[in-house]
Design a protein. Structure first.
Length: 63
């Protein structure tokens, strides 16, 4: 399955536990954040001032 920036972070982490390290490398501590259960990768990236496309690219390359 290809990860997209509109996917829910909680779903991605549950499906791909190894995504925790990749998200963490961007400074996103999404696993412990209650918002991760409702936020998309894009929404979280915006909140943290990050580029969602870069995050998704890394996730897809490494999972």
């Amino acid at each position: 399955m290809k990860i997209t920036k509109d996917m829910n972070i909680g779903d991605v982490v549950r499906t791909y536990p190894q995504s925790i390290a990749i998200l963490g490398s961007f400074g996103m501590g999404c696993v412990g954040c209650p918002s991760a259960q409702m936020e998309s990768i894009e929404e979280a990236a915006q909140v943290h001032g990050m580029n969602a496309d870069e995050i998704v690219e890394q996730l897809n390359q490494n999972l």
